[in-house]
Design a protein around this ligand. Structure first.
Ligand SMILES: C[S@@+](CC[C@H](N)C(=O)[O-])C[C@H]1O[C@@H](n2cnc3c(N)ncnc32)[C@H](O)[C@@H]1O
Length: 235
């Protein structure tokens, strides 16, 4: 029996370039979008993937959901508001693993999930809630383990509890930092090695189709690829 991926992905390989710019462009190039929400967009990047596209498309509603320190983001959002005086800005300081976080969220045209799904023990539930509060698109970008690691298609692995020697090999030349050893789930640690095909099938399970997909090499070491994905809501 040969193992086939359940969802083929057109995989044009683009130059490594600057993957930060490519993530930003993925959002800025969405069509017919006037409201954006970023889930986990604060750490280091201070809302860059939300605010720069919001300025580019003239967004009317801009929402950030992050349970970390949002103060640097807030300062950036205030700067962005000078360019977007009629835009509503919302910051929700909450944990998006919890269903209750989504009950008060107004639906948006497009949501952003950049480098967050691999930190959530219930990432499938997070995708279900994010897709149910998104009208048109969800953008995903994160390191994914190369498909060649898995004999079966659409795989993912819970690498958080692997022994350190194996983790160190997978970490080689990547930006997965050495972490304190975790014995129970924490969103501060890298939990999952998803494959790109696993993410595509996960969204497919909620009726969402792949609108755009490309894979950037050489972003996170030899064992990882870096997909940039846009999913479209069911018609
Ligand atoms: C690895 S950083 C990614 C930052 C940015 N999105 C990027 O692509 O560079 C993870 C961010 O998501 C936030 N985060 C992670 N898990 C979260 C959760 N369950 N609920 C809310 N925020 C979360 C963290 O506070 C942090 O700002």
């Amino acid at each position: 029996m040969s193992a086939r991926r359940s969802t083929p992905l057109q995989r044009p390989v683009v130059g490594a370039g600057n993957h930060l710019d490519l993530k930003q462009d993925l959002v800025a190039n969405l069509s017919n979008v006037s409201s954006l929400r970023d889930f986990g967009g604060c750490y280091i990047v201070e809302g860059r993937y939300l605010l720069e596209p919001a300025k580019a498309i003239g967004a009317k509603f801009v929402s950030m959901v992050d349970h970390g320190d949002t103060s640097a983001y807030q300062a950036r959002a205030e700067e962005a508001a000078l360019f977007l005086p009629d835009t509503r800005f919302e910051t929700v300081n909450a944990d998006f693993r919890h269903a209750a976080t989504f009950t008060g969220l107004e639906p948006v045209d497009a949501s952003i999930l950049f480098e967050v799904l691999m930190h959530q023990e219930n990432y499938s539930e997070v995708v279900r809630n994010v897709t149910s509060t998104s009208n048109k698109f969800v953008c995903v970008a994160q390191p994914c383990l190369r498909e060649e690691w898995f004999p079966l298609p659409s795989s993912s692995t819970l690498l958080q509890f692997w022994d350190e020697e194996l983790k160190d090999e997978i970490r080689r030349d990547s930006f997965w930092p050495k972490e304190e050893r975790a014995t129970t789930f924490t969103s501060a640690s890298w939990m999952w090695g998803h494959t790109t095909s696993h993410l595509i099938d996960l969204f497919g399970g909620y009726g969402w189709s792949l609108e755009h997909g490309e894979v950037i090499p050489n972003v996170c070491g030899a064992h990882w690829e870096y997909p940039l994905l846009v999913f479209r809501a069911p018609a």
